[in-house]
Design a protein around this ligand. Structure first.
Ligand code: ADP
Length: 328
């Protein structure tokens, strides 16, 4: 059975982008078809200015939401990254294989470092090296497939390069993984600025739909989404990013094709109304299950404890082998 690994960063409340771009597939497909691990990657949340209590709360919330989307601990492993030391252990070895040039070429690093400097802040070293930690997350488990949104492609490419280089230098130790993306909505855009990605760290903004938003808030955000000049409903990401984003969200919710849907709508208003209702219906069962899980914190605690034990057992032999191979 193939091994699947993916993660989610507790840097903010989870968004519709996280769900459509990655999480939905984890529960609908991956946990049934693979030996799958899903991780709240809390070490990654420390790469930017953070509040310790908030990171802890958001980690718990993210883990609870993963279970609320339908991940079943009988079928897959759900855990928190910092509970398994192997990630940090392996990350250091991979830092000895990756180069600083590779790190500086990462688009997310360039964007986030520039934003940090623009705010007058300093850039943490971990922001630069975080793709290596991500490579360790993936490689520690002998991962074959990494189901992620579009924005993570470059990081998974780096993971592949590092795995190949390590294997060539020190003997075959790691499986070289590949990425999978959803066919539709691999990059959900911000509703107020459809040229940039809907990101969870964008603070509480009207352009971001959060998984725990009340139905009225979801409707309001989608009805107020920025659309493009013109009035014809067409799917063209370059020329009509706002309308195309709505078409993709609707198609992802209903399992259709954005090009076909474009022909169905004559006005932006009716497209927005149907998209809003589709998202409300998509989120309803997740929110209901989240509420139930919040009432049973001991259950979530138990799942994460057992998940970490299982993950540790899976990761340790390969990380130990990497230490031996590299000369330690
Ligand atoms: P972020 O902080 O940007 O949400 P994460 O690393 O926590 O980043 O993202 C978790 C998963 O959600 C990743 O697979 C990522 O590709 C996916 N994802 C994040 N934002 C979007 C988006 N706007 N559209 C599609 N997928 C997304």
């Amino acid at each position: 059975m193939k091994r699947v690994f993916s993660g989610i960063k507790p840097t903010g409340h989870l968004t519709l982008g996280n769900y459509l771009g990655a999480m939905r597939r984890w529960s609908a497909v991956d946990q049934h078809e693979a030996d799958a691990l899903f991780c709240v990657v809390d070490l990654h949340a420390l790469t930017v200015d953070h509040d310790p209590g908030r990171v802890r709360r958001l980690s718990r919330q993210a883990a609870t939401l993963l279970l609320a989307t339908g991940l079943d601990p009988q079928l897959c492993t759900v855990f928190v990254q910092s509970h398994v030391d192997e990630h940090a252990r392996l990350s250091y070895l991979l830092e000895c294989v990756a180069t600083d040039g590779e790190m500086r070429r990462m688009i997310q690093y360039k964007e986030k470092a520039a934003a940090e400097r623009a705010r007058g802040g300093s850039v943490r070293l971990s922001l630069l090296t975080y793709p290596v930690l991500m490579a360790a997350d993936i490689l520690a488990y002998g991962t074959d497939e990494v189901p992620v949104g579009d924005d993570q492609t470059q990081h998974v490419e780096l993971t592949r390069d590092v795995a190949v280089r390590f294997n060539q230098r020190y003997g075959r130790t790691f499986v070289v993984p590949r990425t999978t993306h959803p066919e539709v909505a691999a990059r959900v855009m911000n509703l107020q600025d459809p040229t940039s990605k809907m990101g969870k760290s964008d603070d509480v903004g009207p352009g971001v739909v959060y998984l725990l938003d009340e139905p009225e808030a979801v409707r309001k955000k989608i009805m107020r989404a920025v659309t493009d000049s013109g009035s014809e409903v067409v799917h063209d990401r370059e020329a009509r990013p706002g309308v195309s984003n709505l078409l993709e969200i609707l198609a992802a919710c209903e399992g259709g094709n954005p090009n076909d849907l474009a022909g169905v709508y004559e006005t932006y208003g009716s497209l927005k109304k149907d998209t809003a209702e589709a998202v409300v219906e998509l989120l309803r069962p997740v929110q209901q299950r989240h509420k139930e899980l919040c009432a049973d914190p001991a259950y979530v605690e138990g799942v994460l404890r057992e998940g970490a034990e299982k993950a540790r057992e899976m990761a340790r032999p390969r990380v130990d082998a990497a230490y031996r191979a590299i000369g330690l």
